[in-house]
Ligand binder design. Structure first.
Ligand code: DC
Length: 335
């Protein structure tokens, strides 16, 4: 059994705010620790004495934590203590290294328990970054944020609307009211477009090219980068993309730039798509990858580029396991 700790703060002593904060805290604990809800035996909350509007335990039940035994208590009023704070302790039937989660104003608490760190993996299409990022994230028990999927969801929306992807004004008009979101279930990213899971659809080759085109527009990039930073600042994650080390998180703790020959990259993408049941033409795919690289590297804002302090890894002749082992060794050297 392990015990996972966490805390968050609320802006106001209101029922809705308590519900939101409890759900956010528990969801992050679940995601970052790769838990399934049935593994949680008990959840114990304490809240500061300035919180009266609702029981955190009731909010947890409403958020779907129904199989665990739930309990809330009020803390003594300690002078100088963090106000409007909800603390939690989860007793979990699992043998893992726990990741404790402290959010919002509560980030200042228990720095000893929570070090947030980010790993940036950039590189061209098919360099293996997504697979490597996923494996690393699983191994470290942290999130994998696939930033390309966010641009792909933008592109899908624009394609569905039948708008020219090159026309920034028209793209913005379409994307303005759209909601692009990511959720994490069992450590895996689900990409949502207007609340609908589009994780498979966005992998189609015509969406890839449109994603590259849409991502050229500065207004789209700034908006996406902001969302990515917001996630990365809240929790440890491996982010894969084109501009993570140079633009989204120039202060990332670890930075890698993965590359491979166009032939190898096209072959990997082909195998990946075929495994997903999608039908593609190899020659077309290779041509698309080369065109996409040129477009991603040639754009004005945050182009595909190796950060000066990123470690370059040519994965052409490496297996995925070798790449993961190489990255882990490099990280160990730095710790
Ligand atoms: O990683 P991917 O192939 O899923 O990315 C699709 C496109 O999205 C890519 O061609 C360029 C764009 N992209 C980007 O501009 N910046 C990122 N951080 C990630 C992707």
């Amino acid at each position: 059994m392990v015990v996972i700790r966490g805390a968050t703060t609320i802006a106001k002593d209101e029922k809705e705010e308590i519900r939101r904060a409890v759900k956010e805290l528990l969801d992050q604990i679940v995601n970052c620790n790769g838990l399934i809800r049935d593994e949680i035996m008990s959840i114990v909350f304490s809240s500061t004495s300035d919180i009266h509007s609702y029981y955190p335990a009731a909010a947890a039940r409403e958020a779907g934590f129904v199989s665990a035994s739930l309990f809330s208590a009020m803390e003594p009023d300690i002078e100088g203590g963090l106000p409007l704070c909800i603390r939690v302790m989860l007793f979990v039937q699992k043998d893992i290294l726990p990741r404790h989660i402290y959010l919002r104003e509560a980030k200042v608490l228990r720095k000893d328990l929570t070090t947030i760190y980010n790993i940036a993996i950039d590189g061209p299409a098919g360099s293996g970054k997504s697979t490597v990022a996923e494996l690393l994230a699983k191994e470290f028990g942290i999130l994998h944020l696939d930033t390309g999927a966010m641009y792909r969801a933008c592109a899908l929306k624009v394609l569905q609307a039948g708008v020219d992807v090159e026309d920034e004004r028209a793209v913005l008009d379409i994307l303005g009211p759209a909601t692009i979101g990511v959720e994490f279930a069992d450590g895996k990213q689900i990409t949502l477009l207007d609340g609908k899971d589009v994780s498979v659809e966005i992998r189609l080759p015509h969406v890839s090219m449109a994603a590259s085109a849409v991502s050229k527009h500065p207004s789209v990039r700034l908006h996406m980068a902001e969302k990515q930073r917001e996630i990365a600042h809240r929790m440890s994650c491996v982010l894969d993309g084109r501009d993570i080390g140079t633009f989204v998180l120039p202060d990332a703790d670890f930075k890698f730039f993965l590359t491979a020959s166009p032939e190898v990259r096209a072959r990997r993408r082909y195998d990946e798509l075929v495994a997903k049941g999608l039908s593609v033409d190899f020659a077309e795919l290779k041509e698309e990858i080369v065109r996409r690289d040129a477009q991603d590297a040639g754009r004005a804002v945050a182009p595909l580029k190796q950060a000066e302090d990123a470690i370059l890894v040519d994965t052409s002749d490496m297996t995925i396991e070798e790449v993961v082992a190489f990255l882990k060794n490099k990280m160990r050297e730095r710790i």
